[in-house]
Design a protein around this ligand. Sequence first.
Ligand code: GLU
Length: 312
Amino acid sequence: MSTPVVGRFAPTPSGFLHPGNLLCAMIAYLSVRTRGGRCLLRIEDLDRPRCPASLVRQCISDLNFLGFRWDGPILYQSERTSAYLAQFRRLRETGQVYPCFCSRAQLHASQAPNRGDTLYVYPGTCLTLTPTEIRQRMQEKDPAYRLHVPDISITVQDRIQGPFTADLVRNPGDFILRRADGVFAYHLAVVTDDAESGVTEVVRGCDILTATPSQIYLQQLLGFPTPVYAHIPLLVDANGRRLAKRDQAVSLSALSKVYRPDEILGALAASAGLIPEWRPCTLESLMPLFDLRRLPRTDLRLPEGFSGTSPV
Ligand code: GLU
């Protein structure tokens, strides 16, 4: 008997949902629902001040408006501190976790100028502190905690992007598990939640592909299974511009003043090549057309004329 497929959509409500997030929700949802699987909703409101309750509510109602119906209760990362703490303690028992007292300014100063797109790698400043030095520094400030990574490479077999390999010491280097303010870092939270929710398939934006080897490494350390990964290409507007919260991408709230839910879903489906031309669609009507293997690897483009300001 094959194991049931469990997928999830895991938005961070630090801004309004935009078409890029919604496309991700749509693909994640259709991918498991077309195989009789379950799809969960997880709200990644780990960083409470950046994710106010009003944005959390808006995110859930936006998804509802488009017709998404989730299996099981919604999981809120802001309520999961004790689960993350338990896994953090297990990681500390490996002896590979160390306190880091570096300030933001010190971390900045250690970065090479003009580093362009190269990834920042922590230089290991606090790795060699002695127990006495650690005790002294603890009196002055609370540390962050980092995981010391071995010199190994990890390959993600991505369903859309193909294989992606990272040498952990170069990407990401020793990474943060818990910030100095006590908030657990994204990697630890995601890996814990996916494992405890029984997630077997992760569909998300390809901007997270480079971070996936670190998550797989955490899964290995914690004895969690590695789900199947599918990182979908970025969605760009009709002019080829990236849609992102920080670029003031048009929100679903704005789109919903101009378009009906089936028109919005149709525009997303057309951008992913599920239908040849933009037309109204429901999630239900897209089921027979869905095939993850047919999704292109290159940027996905919203149809001409689809924007939050001009009517159809
Ligand atoms: N919360 C992340 C985001 O909104 C996605 C994390 C994930 O899917 O693993 O970009």
